[in-house]
Design a protein around this ligand. Structure first.
Ligand code: CO8
Length: 259
């Protein structure tokens, strides 16, 4: 895969997707959003990929949507740009495979929103989160008004969004925005270890669990439990369920095949 604004590397079942517009701190313009969509589609289809890591080149994860591109937009164009970002981030959220955000630096506006679309966020001690949009005269537009309250609670999300305040990694960890905070020089190693741990499990069950969690959060508890029952039942049609349980009974390590 070759892109102008992204670097994609795949090794041992783990893809690392790096947003690479370092000069503008990896701000997301239309071209980068389109490339992200294409890259995520291809990685989800790639049978050699089980887990995807998303990070940014240089000192930034993503410093938001590209302000120079947004500055001249009218209402119709602004809505269109917002919907493009929303559709790409929803694609990331709904990917069948787990996506881990390795937040290496600034994750502002669209950067926090992109991290929120990932399954798990590991933050460098240098990471800076926030939704500074009200300081630019706009609302968050790539999902922040919806995914941030779902992640950190409504009152905390309102304080973050109404003030536009920058949140350091320690606070991101405290409020449950980040799963883990690590020193900058070991961020990628820690994220890779997490990815390898996930990749070593039964991949059908990992993906069905992701779908059940994601879909279940948007419906009532009884419908959600029904989704879980369907996912659980479906696992019993797989090689990996037979192998996983047989290996337990035979006191050996399972050899999963991902089917
Ligand atoms: N867009 C475009 N260019 C950017 C952006 C951005 N979001 N962020 C940084 N840059 C550029 C700077 O303009 C600068 O370019 P140049 O060298 O040509 O002057 C270069 O990147 C380096 O930036 P700084 O010199 O500012 O670097 P600092 O280390 O001094 O500061 C900051 C880093 C604090 C991250 C600072 O760059 C900053 O505040 N950036 C903007 C952050 C921001 O407000 N992000 C939110 C954007 S809005 C958004 O994401 C909403 C999404 C939904 C929109 C839906 C619309 C319809």
């Amino acid at each position: 895969m070759s892109f102008e604004n992204l670097i994609v590397e795949v090794q041992d079942g783990i893809a690392t997707l790096t947003i690479n517009r370092e000069k503008v701190l990896n701000a997301l313009n239309t071209a980068t959003l389109m490339e992200l969509s294409e890259a995520f589609y291809e990685l989800d289809e790639d049978p050699d990929v089980n887990v995807i890591i998303l990070t940014g080149a240089g000192k930034s994860f993503v410093a938001g949507a590209d302000i120079t591109e947004m500055q001249p937009l009218d209402a119709i164009e602004g809505r269109k740009f917002g919907m493009l970002g929303q559709s790409v981030f929803t694609q990331v959220e709904n990917l069948s495979k787990p996506v881990i955000a390795a937040v290496n630096g600034f994750a502002l506006g669209g950067g926090t929103e992109l991290a929120l679309a990932c399954d798990i966020i590991y933050a460098s001690e240098k990471a800076k989160f926030g939704q500074p949009e009200v300081g630019l005269g706009v609302t968050p537009g790539f999902g922040g008004t919806q995914r941030l309250p779902r992640r950190v609670g409504m009152a905390m999300a309102k304080e973050i969004i109404y003030t536009g305040r920058i949140i350091n990694a320690e606070d991101a960890l405290r409020i449950g925005l980040a799963n883990k905070m690590v020193p900058p020089d070991v961020l990628m190693e820690e994220v890779m270890n997490l990815a390898k741990e996930i990749a070593s499990k039964g991949q059908v069950s990992v993906r069905l669990a992701k779908a059940a969690i994601n879909r279940g959060m948007d419906v009532d508890i009884n419908s959600a439990l029904s989704l879980e029952a369907d996912a659980f039942g479906l696992c019993f049609s797989t090689h990996d369920q037979k192998e996983g349980m047989t290996a337990f009974v035979e006191k050996r390590r399972p050899e999963f095949k991902g089917n």
